[in-house]
Design a protein around this ligand. Structure first.
Ligand SMILES: [Zn+2]
Ligand SMILES: [Zn+2]
Length: 287
């Protein structure tokens, strides 16, 4: 089905380019953090698809505000999610999300996440399946079990342990390297589940992160990871498109901002992109 809108930019034509979009976010999986660690599946998709190690997240480069931008297509000034823990009394984000916009078009949506605070982004009625898992393996297993029945048009997956281990043991620590490997193995499980359920040929994967990080020495003299500022270590994030209609073996040279993830997902699904969006689809990544 092709619907052409009378007004707007060329990319607002609501053509459906993919039946399924899977956005996978590696918490604290900054460009240099993934690039220099054991992540064979991630790097294979990076090499095969259209990708950059240097997309940018927002400042402050912290989890909930950054994911709010990734999934609402606007900056913190607009979405106003400036806190970073689960505070039920604050309710959900007040601007449209990729899920609420997809839902308006009758599309199925799902979130499989590693942190409870994502409930702030699951506006009532906008997410058909919301799962919080203790680690990447549990999230991937739940995903693999549910994907065949859910067949979500828009699915967001989040792995938390690169962040947990980075904070506790430092960036580049053996513990964080293991977490990168574990999340990469979970990515393989997800890829295989999508393949087995027959959805792969109609799917686009977007692999990205909410921020990177840098090491500091804490009060006890221990090296630990942190993030939040505008240095490259903190704001550079990978951005990989892989799958249907994606250009092969392309290094994306145009700037990619985390808001563009939201716009790209809607554009792929043929969901009209609101004029209020700051993000734009990364059309250079697609045929
Ligand atoms: Zn984070
Ligand atoms: Zn963190």
């Amino acid at each position: 089905m092709v619907t052409i809108f009378l007004a707007g930019n060329s990319w607002s034509a609501a053509e459906r380019r993919a039946e399924h979009v899977f956005i996978i976010s590696f918490d604290q999986g900054g460009g240099e953090i993934i690039r220099n660690r054991p992540a064979p599946e991630f790097k294979k998709m990076f090499a095969e698809g259209a990708a950059t190690w240097q997309a940018y997240t927002i400042v402050p480069s912290i989890t909930l505000p950054s994911h709010a931008s990734m999934l609402t297509g606007v900056g913190i000034q607009a979405h106003q999610v400036d806190w970073n823990d689960y505070q039920p009394e604050r309710g959900t984000v007040s601007v449209p999300t990729v899920f609420s916009l997809a839902k308006k078009q009758g599309l199925a949506t799902a979130m499989f996440v590693g942190k409870e605070k994502f409930k702030h982004l699951a506006v009532s009625g906008s997410v058909d399946e919301f799962f919080v898992g203790a680690h990447a393996g549990a999230i991937a297993a739940e995903f693999a079990q549910k994907i065949g029945a859910l067949k979500p048009a828009l699915c967001f997956i989040h792995f938390a342990e690169i962040d947990h281990t980075g904070h506790r043991h430092g960036i580049g620590s053996p513990e964080q390297n293991q977490a990168v490997a574990d999340c990469d193995a979970a990515l393989t499980v997800i890829r295989e589940a999508v393949n087995k359920s027959g959805l792969e040929n109609a799917s686009v994967f977007i692999l990205t992160a909410d921020h990177g990080g840098h090491n500091i020495t804490n009060k006890e003299g221990k090296t630990v990871g942190t993030h939040g500022n505008s240095t490259h270590a903190d704001v550079d994030i990978p951005w990989v498109a892989w799958g249907r209609g994606v250009k092969k073996n392309l290094t994306i040279s145009a700037p990619v901002l985390t808001y563009d993830t939201a716009a790209t997902a809607l554009w792929l699904l043929g969901v009209p992109i609101p004029e209020s969006f700051w993000g734009r689809p990364v059309i250079s990544a697609f045929e």
